[in-house]
Design a protein around this ligand. Structure first.
Ligand code: ZN
Length: 163
């Protein structure tokens, strides 16, 4: 297993749309192991999308339990081809990202979401979540669509802060 380097803006790959996984082969499984290792290598990192390590495949790994904030969560989640199938409500919070190391910013997202995805065995799964875990998942799924949180802030002047 290896810790993979994280791409940072303005790397052009971070603007690309990632491709759905058709077959979970050995290569995909190795990539997932390495993404997991990379996630836990970075202190307080709660999520990584494959594109952040330079691979344009629709895979995200999150672990909302690593945040100091108190909230319900499901611990480590690996999602292949995740899709938000239902959402409601709104929630704003300050977000950061390994790919945007110098800034944090206020972003408004869906409060409750339901996601359909494949697990590492290729089985269809469905997850309902809200609050912090929901925010983390939306942040990571944005990466799969070529977006970083800076693309979501309403004002670069008032809602973005230098670390
Ligand atoms: Zn990010």
């Amino acid at each position: 297993m290896s810790i993979l380097p994280i791409l940072t803006i303005p790397n052009h790959l971070l603007k690309e749309i990632s491709i759905p996984i058709k077959k979970i082969d050995v290569e995909t499984k190795t990539l997932i192991k390495n993404i997991k290792k990379t996630l836990y290598f970075h202190n307080r990192c709660v999520g990584i999308a494959a594109v952040q390590v330079g691979i344009l495949k629709r895979i995200v790994a999150i672990d909302a339990s690593r945040s100091a904030k108190e909230h319900r969560n499901n611990g480590l989640l690996i999602m292949i081809n995740p899709e938000i199938v239902y959402f409601s409500g709104k929630i704003s919070s300050r977000e950061g990202c390994l790919s945007v190391p110098d800034f944090t910013g206020y972003v408004t997202r869906k409060k409750k979401i339901e996601i359909g995805y494949l697990d590492i065995n290729g089985c269809k799964q469905h997850l309902k979540t809200d609050g912090f875990e929901s925010i983390v998942l939306q942040h990571e799924i944005d990466h799969l669509d070529g977006k970083v949180f800076l693309d979501r802030v309403s004002s670069l002047k008032t809602d973005v802060f230098r670390r």
